[in-house]
Design a protein around this ligand. Structure first.
Ligand code: HPA
Length: 277
Protein backbone atom coordinates (compact mmCIF):
# COMPACT_ATOMS: atom_id res chain seq x y z
CA UNK A 1 0.00 0.00 0.00
CA UNK A 2 1.31 3.44 -0.94
CA UNK A 3 2.08 6.11 1.60
CA UNK A 4 -1.07 8.09 0.74
CA UNK A 5 -3.36 5.07 1.22
CA UNK A 6 -1.68 4.27 4.52
CA UNK A 7 -2.30 7.82 5.75
CA UNK A 8 -5.91 7.78 4.54
CA UNK A 9 -6.56 4.49 6.34
CA UNK A 10 -4.97 5.74 9.56
CA UNK A 11 -7.13 8.89 9.43
CA UNK A 12 -10.30 6.95 8.56
CA UNK A 13 -9.61 4.33 11.25
CA UNK A 14 -9.27 7.08 13.85
CA UNK A 15 -12.60 8.64 12.85
CA UNK A 16 -14.30 5.22 12.70
CA UNK A 17 -13.06 4.43 16.22
CA UNK A 18 -14.60 7.68 17.53
CA UNK A 19 -18.03 6.88 16.07
CA UNK A 20 -18.15 3.17 16.85
CA UNK A 21 -17.95 2.34 13.14
CA UNK A 22 -21.48 3.68 12.47
CA UNK A 23 -21.95 3.83 8.66
CA UNK A 24 -22.30 7.34 7.22
CA UNK A 25 -24.59 8.09 4.27
CA UNK A 26 -23.49 11.57 3.21
CA UNK A 27 -20.31 13.59 3.57
CA UNK A 28 -20.83 17.35 3.61
CA UNK A 29 -18.48 20.29 3.19
CA UNK A 30 -19.87 23.62 4.35
CA UNK A 31 -18.44 26.76 2.79
CA UNK A 32 -17.83 30.34 3.98
CA UNK A 33 -20.66 31.60 6.17
CA UNK A 34 -22.65 28.38 5.71
CA UNK A 35 -21.11 26.36 8.51
CA UNK A 36 -23.81 26.98 11.14
CA UNK A 37 -25.84 24.07 9.84
CA UNK A 38 -23.38 21.73 11.57
CA UNK A 39 -24.84 22.94 14.90
CA UNK A 40 -28.14 21.30 13.97
CA UNK A 41 -26.63 17.84 13.70
CA UNK A 42 -28.11 15.65 16.45
CA UNK A 43 -26.32 13.20 18.74
CA UNK A 44 -23.16 14.70 17.41
CA UNK A 45 -19.60 13.66 17.86
CA UNK A 46 -17.12 16.44 17.20
CA UNK A 47 -13.58 15.70 16.11
CA UNK A 48 -11.16 18.63 15.69
CA UNK A 49 -9.04 18.23 12.56
CA UNK A 50 -5.92 18.56 14.70
CA UNK A 51 -6.76 15.22 16.41
CA UNK A 52 -6.99 13.20 13.21
CA UNK A 53 -3.74 11.61 12.03
CA UNK A 54 -2.37 13.25 8.83
CA UNK A 55 -5.38 15.60 8.54
CA UNK A 56 -4.59 19.17 7.44
CA UNK A 57 -5.53 22.06 9.75
CA UNK A 58 -7.43 25.20 8.55
CA UNK A 59 -5.97 28.68 8.58
CA UNK A 60 -8.96 30.84 7.53
CA UNK A 61 -10.86 32.91 10.10
CA UNK A 62 -14.50 31.77 10.15
CA UNK A 63 -13.63 28.18 9.29
CA UNK A 64 -13.92 26.11 12.45
CA UNK A 65 -11.80 23.15 11.45
CA UNK A 66 -13.66 20.15 12.79
CA UNK A 67 -15.71 17.16 11.77
CA UNK A 68 -19.25 17.05 13.09
CA UNK A 69 -20.74 13.58 12.80
CA UNK A 70 -24.30 12.61 13.67
CA UNK A 71 -27.87 12.70 12.41
CA UNK A 72 -29.36 15.36 10.16
CA UNK A 73 -32.89 14.94 8.78
CA UNK A 74 -32.79 11.31 9.87
CA UNK A 75 -29.58 10.48 7.97
CA UNK A 76 -26.14 9.79 9.32
CA UNK A 77 -23.86 12.57 8.05
CA UNK A 78 -20.27 13.64 8.41
CA UNK A 79 -19.92 17.42 8.13
CA UNK A 80 -16.64 19.15 7.48
CA UNK A 81 -17.02 22.45 9.26
CA UNK A 82 -14.26 24.31 7.46
CA UNK A 83 -12.46 23.23 4.30
CA UNK A 84 -8.99 23.60 2.82
CA UNK A 85 -8.35 25.96 -0.06
CA UNK A 86 -5.56 25.97 -2.61
CA UNK A 87 -5.02 29.70 -1.91
CA UNK A 88 -4.06 28.91 1.69
CA UNK A 89 -0.93 27.32 0.29
CA UNK A 90 -1.93 23.66 0.49
CA UNK A 91 -1.04 21.46 -2.45
CA UNK A 92 -4.16 20.21 -4.25
CA UNK A 93 -3.69 16.68 -2.93
CA UNK A 94 -3.83 18.06 0.62
CA UNK A 95 -7.01 19.99 -0.24
CA UNK A 96 -8.71 16.71 -1.18
CA UNK A 97 -7.31 14.52 1.62
CA UNK A 98 -10.55 14.80 3.66
CA UNK A 99 -12.76 13.76 0.73
CA UNK A 100 -10.59 10.74 0.08
CA UNK A 101 -10.67 9.90 3.75
CA UNK A 102 -14.46 9.99 3.60
CA UNK A 103 -14.37 7.48 0.75
CA UNK A 104 -12.03 5.19 2.70
CA UNK A 105 -14.47 5.52 5.59
CA UNK A 106 -17.14 4.10 3.27
CA UNK A 107 -18.96 7.31 2.31
CA UNK A 108 -20.31 7.24 -1.26
CA UNK A 109 -22.08 10.60 -1.57
CA UNK A 110 -20.83 14.13 -1.08
CA UNK A 111 -22.61 17.46 -0.70
CA UNK A 112 -20.34 20.42 -1.41
CA UNK A 113 -21.37 24.00 -0.68
CA UNK A 114 -19.58 27.26 -1.29
CA UNK A 115 -19.88 31.01 -1.53
CA UNK A 116 -19.35 32.21 -5.10
CA UNK A 117 -19.38 35.33 -7.22
CA UNK A 118 -22.30 35.63 -9.63
CA UNK A 119 -21.24 35.91 -13.28
CA UNK A 120 -24.70 35.54 -14.81
CA UNK A 121 -26.03 39.10 -15.09
CA UNK A 122 -29.67 37.94 -15.02
CA UNK A 123 -29.24 36.66 -11.45
CA UNK A 124 -28.82 38.45 -8.13
CA UNK A 125 -26.75 38.14 -4.93
CA UNK A 126 -28.40 35.79 -2.47
CA UNK A 127 -29.47 33.36 -5.21
CA UNK A 128 -28.66 29.70 -4.62
CA UNK A 129 -27.28 27.71 -7.55
CA UNK A 130 -27.15 23.96 -8.05
CA UNK A 131 -23.88 23.18 -9.83
CA UNK A 132 -24.53 21.40 -13.12
CA UNK A 133 -20.89 21.29 -14.21
CA UNK A 134 -17.59 23.04 -13.61
CA UNK A 135 -14.71 24.65 -15.49
CA UNK A 136 -11.16 24.37 -14.23
CA UNK A 137 -8.70 26.21 -16.45
CA UNK A 138 -5.98 26.50 -13.81
CA UNK A 139 -3.17 24.09 -14.53
CA UNK A 140 -3.07 22.10 -11.31
CA UNK A 141 -5.20 19.03 -10.62
CA UNK A 142 -5.58 17.15 -7.32
CA UNK A 143 -4.84 13.88 -9.12
CA UNK A 144 -1.53 14.98 -10.59
CA UNK A 145 1.09 12.45 -9.52
CA UNK A 146 0.99 8.70 -8.92
CA UNK A 147 -2.54 7.30 -9.15
CA UNK A 148 -3.87 5.71 -5.95
CA UNK A 149 -5.36 2.67 -7.74
CA UNK A 150 -7.24 1.58 -4.63
CA UNK A 151 -9.40 4.73 -4.92
CA UNK A 152 -9.98 4.87 -8.66
CA UNK A 153 -8.60 4.65 -12.16
CA UNK A 154 -5.94 6.91 -13.67
CA UNK A 155 -8.28 8.24 -16.38
CA UNK A 156 -11.95 8.65 -15.66
CA UNK A 157 -15.07 10.34 -16.94
CA UNK A 158 -16.13 13.71 -15.52
CA UNK A 159 -19.37 13.86 -17.55
CA UNK A 160 -21.43 12.60 -14.64
CA UNK A 161 -19.55 14.26 -11.79
CA UNK A 162 -22.73 16.09 -10.73
CA UNK A 163 -25.35 13.42 -11.41
CA UNK A 164 -28.76 14.52 -12.68
CA UNK A 165 -30.57 12.37 -10.09
CA UNK A 166 -29.12 14.37 -7.18
CA UNK A 167 -29.69 17.72 -8.90
CA UNK A 168 -33.31 16.72 -9.53
CA UNK A 169 -33.79 15.99 -5.81
CA UNK A 170 -32.37 19.42 -4.98
CA UNK A 171 -34.63 21.20 -7.47
CA UNK A 172 -37.70 19.30 -6.25
CA UNK A 173 -36.90 20.40 -2.68
CA UNK A 174 -36.44 24.01 -3.77
CA UNK A 175 -39.78 23.99 -5.54
CA UNK A 176 -41.61 22.40 -2.63
CA UNK A 177 -40.14 24.89 -0.14
CA UNK A 178 -40.60 27.92 -2.39
CA UNK A 179 -36.84 28.55 -2.44
CA UNK A 180 -35.95 29.56 -6.01
CA UNK A 181 -32.90 27.69 -7.28
CA UNK A 182 -30.63 28.40 -10.22
CA UNK A 183 -28.78 25.71 -12.12
CA UNK A 184 -25.41 26.59 -13.57
CA UNK A 185 -21.71 26.22 -14.18
CA UNK A 186 -19.08 27.02 -11.56
CA UNK A 187 -15.63 28.12 -12.67
CA UNK A 188 -12.65 27.70 -10.39
CA UNK A 189 -10.15 30.50 -9.88
CA UNK A 190 -7.29 30.10 -7.43
CA UNK A 191 -7.90 33.24 -5.34
CA UNK A 192 -7.22 34.70 -2.85
CA UNK A 193 -7.40 37.78 -5.08
CA UNK A 194 -10.91 38.16 -6.44
CA UNK A 195 -11.08 37.93 -10.23
CA UNK A 196 -10.48 40.97 -12.40
CA UNK A 197 -13.41 42.37 -14.45
CA UNK A 198 -11.68 41.02 -17.59
CA UNK A 199 -11.43 37.54 -16.04
CA UNK A 200 -15.12 37.67 -15.19
CA UNK A 201 -15.99 38.64 -18.79
CA UNK A 202 -13.80 35.72 -19.90
CA UNK A 203 -15.59 33.36 -17.50
CA UNK A 204 -18.94 34.48 -18.94
CA UNK A 205 -17.69 33.83 -22.49
CA UNK A 206 -16.59 30.38 -21.30
CA UNK A 207 -20.15 29.68 -20.22
CA UNK A 208 -19.65 30.07 -16.46
CA UNK A 209 -22.48 31.33 -14.25
CA UNK A 210 -20.42 31.61 -11.07
CA UNK A 211 -16.80 31.94 -10.03
CA UNK A 212 -15.21 30.68 -6.84
CA UNK A 213 -12.12 29.40 -5.07
CA UNK A 214 -13.12 25.92 -3.88
CA UNK A 215 -15.26 22.83 -4.58
CA UNK A 216 -13.72 21.78 -7.91
CA UNK A 217 -10.72 19.92 -6.42
CA UNK A 218 -13.03 18.08 -4.02
CA UNK A 219 -15.48 17.23 -6.81
CA UNK A 220 -12.67 15.83 -8.98
CA UNK A 221 -11.24 13.69 -6.16
CA UNK A 222 -14.72 12.48 -5.21
CA UNK A 223 -15.57 11.51 -8.79
CA UNK A 224 -12.22 9.75 -9.12
CA UNK A 225 -13.11 7.65 -6.10
CA UNK A 226 -16.57 6.85 -7.50
CA UNK A 227 -18.54 9.21 -5.27
CA UNK A 228 -21.63 11.14 -6.36
CA UNK A 229 -21.46 14.90 -5.85
CA UNK A 230 -24.13 17.52 -5.33
CA UNK A 231 -22.78 21.09 -5.34
CA UNK A 232 -24.63 24.18 -4.13
CA UNK A 233 -23.28 27.71 -4.50
CA UNK A 234 -24.54 30.66 -2.54
CA UNK A 235 -24.04 33.55 -4.96
CA UNK A 236 -22.95 36.10 -2.39
CA UNK A 237 -22.00 38.98 -4.70
CA UNK A 238 -22.02 39.99 -8.32
CA UNK A 239 -18.58 39.04 -9.68
CA UNK A 240 -15.98 41.74 -10.32
CA UNK A 241 -16.79 44.47 -12.82
CA UNK A 242 -20.52 43.74 -13.12
CA UNK A 243 -21.48 46.43 -10.64
CA UNK A 244 -19.61 49.70 -10.23
CA UNK A 245 -18.33 48.84 -6.76
CA UNK A 246 -15.34 47.04 -5.24
CA UNK A 247 -15.70 43.48 -3.89
CA UNK A 248 -14.97 42.62 -0.30
CA UNK A 249 -15.12 39.59 1.96
CA UNK A 250 -17.62 41.33 4.29
CA UNK A 251 -20.20 41.36 1.49
CA UNK A 252 -19.63 37.62 1.02
CA UNK A 253 -20.18 36.96 4.74
CA UNK A 254 -23.19 39.33 4.95
CA UNK A 255 -25.02 37.62 2.11
CA UNK A 256 -24.18 34.22 3.59
CA UNK A 257 -25.73 35.42 6.85
CA UNK A 258 -28.83 36.73 5.04
CA UNK A 259 -29.56 33.44 3.25
CA UNK A 260 -28.35 31.03 5.89
CA UNK A 261 -31.85 30.13 7.09
CA UNK A 262 -33.25 29.28 3.67
CA UNK A 263 -29.97 27.59 2.76
CA UNK A 264 -30.18 25.48 5.92
CA UNK A 265 -33.83 24.62 5.29
CA UNK A 266 -32.98 23.60 1.74
CA UNK A 267 -30.02 21.44 2.73
CA UNK A 268 -32.01 19.67 5.45
CA UNK A 269 -34.78 18.88 2.94
CA UNK A 270 -32.26 17.60 0.40
CA UNK A 271 -30.62 15.37 3.01
CA UNK A 272 -34.06 14.01 4.02
CA UNK A 273 -34.89 13.15 0.39
CA UNK A 274 -31.38 12.03 -0.59
CA UNK A 275 -31.52 8.71 -2.46
CA UNK A 276 -28.77 7.00 -0.48
CA UNK A 277 -26.51 4.92 -2.73
N1 HPA B 1 -15.03 35.33 -6.63
C1 HPA B 1 -14.44 34.21 -6.15
N2 HPA B 1 -14.82 33.61 -5.05
C2 HPA B 1 -15.85 34.14 -4.37
C3 HPA B 1 -16.51 35.30 -4.80
C4 HPA B 1 -16.07 35.93 -5.99
O1 HPA B 1 -16.61 36.95 -6.45
N3 HPA B 1 -17.48 35.54 -3.90
C5 HPA B 1 -17.43 34.57 -2.96
N4 HPA B 1 -16.43 33.70 -3.25
Amino acid sequence: MGDLMKKLHEAADYVASKINNVPISIGMVLGSGLGDLANEVEDKIIIPYSEIPHFPVSTVVGHAGRLVIGKLSGKQVLVMQGRFHFYEGYPMDTVVFPVRMMRVLGIKDLLLTNAAGCVNTAWTPGDLMIISDHIKLIADNPLRGPNPDELGQRFFDMGTAYPAELRAVAHACGERLGIPLRDGIYQLFTGPSFETPAEVRFARMCGADAVGMSTVPEAIAARHAGMRVLGISCLTNMAAGILDQPLNHEEVLETGERVKNSFGTLVKAIVADWPVA
